[in-house]
Design a protein around this ligand. Structure first.
Ligand code: BTN
Length: 309
């Protein structure tokens, strides 16, 4: 058996003949040849001549061989599962008892799930669609803070990639120039008042072009590429997101503190008149005043404050 991650890293650093590879992995020349073809089909550009093989260009895909060697986390993503296609990374995350910190990534989801039963469109190779399995084992009162912590962490990371107007839309979307850039679907298991498991599903539009979005959402959704006018390295963004999420999550577990004031400053429509909808009906309207310490939203209507959970 050839360890793919190891072979990719070797062939990135030097040229190796088929014979050398076969010897190193204790396998046959035919198995090496098959593996090289597989790497080519994954998008690796491999220089091949009489002296052997060398990787000269890697695809911009968050393959395990691209992520694991550069991942500087303590536990997040150490168990990393990559799919070219899956129904939904959240559904897969719920299908087994994965270890704490497992990250499941998909290039394409056939049943990508949004909040409130909506669907999430995942254009292949264009975005970052992944779910994180966490086992926080802390009291359920912290749940509403968790639903802000992950969007806020991703917000801070994406801020370093964009010069335009990135905002947090309460409770958990990211908007770029008033269009949806990223969504979060958090599912939790609670036992005896303790959050035993969190599945944090994150979808981020990175390199989509306008035709990648269906007609019904192309006016309201956007991607980093559409707003910045250039392609981004999904791998680079993904690695930074994972490392920042781990840092923010571990800090939160330690002191249960979330910088609500800073989240508030970056809220979409802060100070503007907004309406809150539930099942298509307006349930509250008023000026968006900000956030309470527990993450709930404060609206002001004719001088009275209304709190939205
Ligand atoms: C929303 O905006 O309504 C939430 C969207 C969440 C989408 C992500 S993509 C990865 C993960 N798997 C899913 O099926 N959904 C989440």
């Amino acid at each position: 058996m050839i360890d793919e991650v190891k072979l990719i890293n070797l062939l990135k650093s030097k040229k190796m003949s088929g014979e050398e590879i076969a010897k190193q992995f204790g396998t046959s020349r035919v198995a090496v040849w098959k593996k090289i073809n597989k790497l080519k089909s994954l998008g690796y550009e491999i220089l091949t001549d009489k002296d052997g093989y060398q990787i000269i260009k890697s695809p911009d895909k968050p393959l395990p061989a691209e992520i694991l060697p550069d991942l500087n986390t303590k536990f997040l993503g150490k168990n990393y599962i990559y799919f070219e296609e899956v129904n939904s990374t959240n559904l897969y995350a719920k299908s087994k008892d994965f270890p704490d910190g497992t990250v499941i990534f998909a290039e394409y989801q056939t049943q990508g799930k949004g909040r409130k039963g909506r669907s999430w469109i995942s254009s292949k190779y264009k975005g970052l669609y992944f779910s994180i399995v966490l086992k926080p084992d802390i009291e359920v009162v912290n749940l509403s803070k968790f639903s802000l912590l992950f969007p806020y962490s991703v917000f801070k990371t994406l801020k370093s990639f964009t010069t335009t107007d990135l905002k947090i839309k309460w409770p958990n979307d990211l908007y770029l120039n008033s269009k949806k850039l990223a969504g979060f679907l958090m599912e939790s298991s609670i036992e005896n008042n303790i959050i035993t498991k969190l599945i944090v599903g994150i979808g981020i539009n990175v390199n989509q072009d306008i035709q990648d979005f269906p007609d019904d959402i192309n006016q309201v959704a956007t991607s980093l590429k559409l707003e910045e006018g250039k392609e981004f390295s999904r791998k680079e963004i993904f690695l930074k997101i994972l490392s920042n999420i781990e840092k923010d999550y571990l800090n939160f577990l330690k002191d249960k503190y979330l910088d609500i004031k800073n989240i508030e400053k970056n809220l979409l429509w802060l100070g503007e008149n907004v309406s809150i909808y539930e099942d298509g009906e307006v349930i509250a309207s008023g000026i968006l005043k900000g956030l309470n310490g527990d993450g709930s939203l404060i609206l002001s209507h004719n001088g009275t404050e209304e709190i939205i959970y």
